[in-house]
Design a protein around this ligand. Structure first.
Ligand SMILES: [Zn+2]
Ligand SMILES: [Zn+2]
Length: 297
């Protein structure tokens, strides 16, 4: 009996190794080009060290991370399959809608022009928010925040929050958002955003696949279904903040509307924001394989 159990354990172990091998992709990550902590190069190194087979870089409103990797000779990469991506925030009165775009042509002219508009609007918003904080009596300057933005062209509220935490005003980024930066709080300024339909067309026109990101965070399944019926080609059903029930529900929606299923960790590398390391939350390689294209650059 003891012997049989041991064999079973060995087999189980082999099975797990096999399962791990097939479960090593992450289709949602951020770098210093938006609000992540790792440079694109560091992210790729970390992903290789974590043994990932596929990684998609999906920075907010920018494809600079992929451009940098390409220019450094790191994309394509012999150690890992990289999928160029982006994450857009869409305009909506009440909900937070994020749309991922995979396999976009990073040098597409129309995409580049629209992204410039968005980035420019982000800088105006950033100045206005810092101004509001100063009016509220906080000793904070644009330079203090820029220290955290590093090479990012996609300045965001996270950068402002990081500067406020460093100055000792709040214990965490979350607290800063809750007190000051969230919609309805005193330093909030609304953002210029493209309409969902505009984003979907932009992604498709640059050769990409539009995917609805973390549908649970839309907090409105009727709206989710509405989006799925209007040009979205995939749904990020697998996400750290989805529980088992959520995942099942979104997988069923993918089935109903004949959509691709994707999943990713939304890794930022920022302390206090899960997951803390790459490889902690991964999805089956088959989801990545369905999206992966050999780089045409
Ligand atoms: Zn998002
Ligand atoms: Zn994200």
């Amino acid at each position: 009996m003891f012997f049989i159990e041991n064999i079973y354990r060995v087999q189980r172990k082999l099975l797990l190794v096999d399962e791990v091998k097939l479960m090593s992709s992450d289709l949602h990550t951020h770098t210093t080009c938006s609000d992540g902590l790792f440079t694109p190069e560091e992210l790729i190194t970390a992903a290789r060290e974590a043994g990932l087979s596929y990684i998609a870089i999906t920075d907010h409103d920018t494809v600079d991370g992929i451009c940098q990797l390409y220019e450094q000779g790191l994309y394509p990469n012999p150690g890992i399959r990289i999928i160029p991506g982006i994450e857009f925030s869409a305009h909506h009165e009440t909900s937070e809608i994020h749309i991922l775009g995979y396999n976009i042509d990073i040098y597409n002219r129309e995409l580049g022009d629209r992204l410039n508009d968005v980035v420019e609007a982000r800088w105006t918003r950033f100045s206005t928010m810092v101004g509001k904080l100063q009016e509220l009596g906080y000793d904070i300057s644009e330079t203090d925040v820029l220290e955290f933005a590093d090479v990012s062209t996609s300045i965001s509220r996270s950068h402002i929050a990081q500067a406020m935490v460093k100055k000792g005003y709040f214990p965490s980024i979350r607290d800063t958002f809750d007190q000051l930066l969230e919609k309805g709080r005193p330093a909030y300024v609304s953002n210029y955003r493209l309409e969902p339909g505009e984003i979907i067309d932009l992604i498709k026109n640059s050769g990409g696949t539009p995917v609805l990101a973390h549908p649970k965070l839309v907090y409105d399944d009727a709206l989710v279904e509405d989006l799925l019926k209007n040009g979205i080609e995939g749904i990020e059903a697998i996400y750290p903040r989805h529980d088992e029930e959520d995942t099942k529900r979104y997988l069923a929606m993918a089935d109903k509307y004949h959509l691709l299923v994707t999943g990713g960790s939304d890794f930022h590398g920022i302390a206090g924001r899960a997951p803390q390391s790459l490889g902690e939350f991964v999805v089956a390689d088959s989801y990545a394989e369905a999206l992966y294209r050999e780089p045409a650059l």
